[in-house]
Design a protein around this ligand. Structure first.
Ligand code: SF4
Length: 367
């Protein structure tokens, strides 16, 4: 088995009650079957409280005002206090660690939705690197990977390496890099659709004609796609407000108004921060989404939508940042940008319904 993880992965440490946005609130925490069974057999003093905190039909912890029933007023988990971390269900034990499984490869990442992880990902100035380890201790589960397309996975892994090179090419602007990978995304998807997966290797190494992103194109794209958020499941009650503020602040008046606001944001906040640093912020976001999701196309053949999700996410995180800057009287900090990024990830990445809906829409547009 080969194991891959980002270079910062092992440095993660949960800050528990110091967390500005605990993961124990805002979404339903599902409990795996093995842990449910273990909890059901508990007979000690704490077991009464534990059993009453579980919705046994749903297999999830109850919530009080959107907070997990185990979370106390000091933002500490009573289950951990009473029984220790090893007693947590798989979801709580793992988060914010995320695992993507392939036939003989296991890829680890940290979820952008955790504030500590988001800080680790987005405060990094150096190019993201990965640590790889290999051993013979674990054999792939043959049954689970019966239909696994090993050849396609190899092609995707090689393509992702090239994509990483494009995303981390700091001689280009982040927007030029995004346009480049979306041009390749279209061509790679055509290979998959035509059953010519072997051609991905050639395509990824060509230098395609990349159409420049004009301000008009950006505006049309933004006004057409922000509507997508309306179709998504809402996890944070404040999210619809953020989206309607985005529409009101940036899109409702006119293209000229949109362009003026964007230019002013760049001249104000981005120039203050430095264009290079802003592009690195977008680069790290892109790297996160492409590393975490791209090779999953081996399971659904949707190469295009994986890259569309990555560029869409970077694009919209920036749009929400600009809208927030405007709402706050043209004031924003880099820390606010990180917060907007993890809030976006909570809304989009942490709902399978939302991820699938977005991918379906991107694939429909491609077709
Ligand atoms: S969101 Fe991250 S830092 Fe905050 S409580 Fe959860 S795991 Fe810990």
């Amino acid at each position: 088995m080969r194991y891959v993880k980002p270079h910062y992965y092992d440095n993660f440490k949960c800050i528990a009650d110091k967390c500005p946005s605990t993961c124990c609130a805002g979404w339903q925490i599902m409990i795996d079957e093995g842990t449910l069974e273990k909890y059901s057999k508990e007979k000690d003093e704490f077991s009464h409280r534990l059993k009453n905190s579980i919705d046994w039909e749903e297999g999830a912890f109850f919530q009080n005002n959107g907070r997990c029933a185990m979370l106390n007023d000091n933002n500490l988990c009573d289950l951990v206090t009473a029984k220790g971390e090893e007693f947590l269900c798989k979801t709580c034990h793992l988060y914010p660690r995320h695992i993507e499984e392939f036939e003989s490869v296991r890829e680890f990442s940290l979820s952008l939705s955790c504030p500590v992880a988001a800080n680790m990902i987005l405060n990094e100035i150096n190019k993201l690197t990965f640590l790889t380890q290999e051993d013979d201790l674990e054999e792939p589960l043959i049954d689970e990977f019966e239909d696994f397309d090993f050849f396609m996975h190899t092609q995707l892994e090689q393509a992702r390496e090239v994509l990483f090179g494009i995303i981390q090419n700091r001689e280009l602007s982040a927007d030029e890099r995004m346009a480049h990978i979306m041009t390749l995304a279209k061509e790679m998807q055509l290979c998959v659709d035509n059953g010519e997966i072997y051609k991905i290797e050639d395509i990824i190494n060509t230098k395609p004609d990349v159409p420049p992103i004009t301000p008009h194109h950006r505006y049309e794209n933004a006004t057409a796609t922000y509507m997508l958020f309306i179709e998504l499941e809402i996890l944070d009650k404040k999210w619809p407000e953020i989206i309607s503020e985005l529409k009101h602040n940036l899109y409702d008046i006119s293209f000229d108004n949109y362009s003026i606001i964007r230019d002013e944001f760049y001249q104000d906040f981005v120039c203050f921060l430095s264009i290079e640093r802003w592009d690195i912020f977008k680069e790290q976001l892109l790297m996160f989404f492409v590393y975490t999701y791209f090779c999953g196309a081996v399971y659904d053949d949707c190469v295009y939508s994986k890259l569309a999700l990555a560029t869409f996410s970077v694009f919209f995180i920036e749009e929400i940042i600009i809208s927030t800057w405007l709402s706050r009287h043209k004031q924003i900090t880099f820390e606010d940008c990180i917060e907007i990024s993890y809030r976006y990830a909570r809304e989009v990445e942490h709902s399978d319904i939302n991820l699938n809906t977005l991918e379906e829409i991107f694939m429909e547009r491609f077709n």
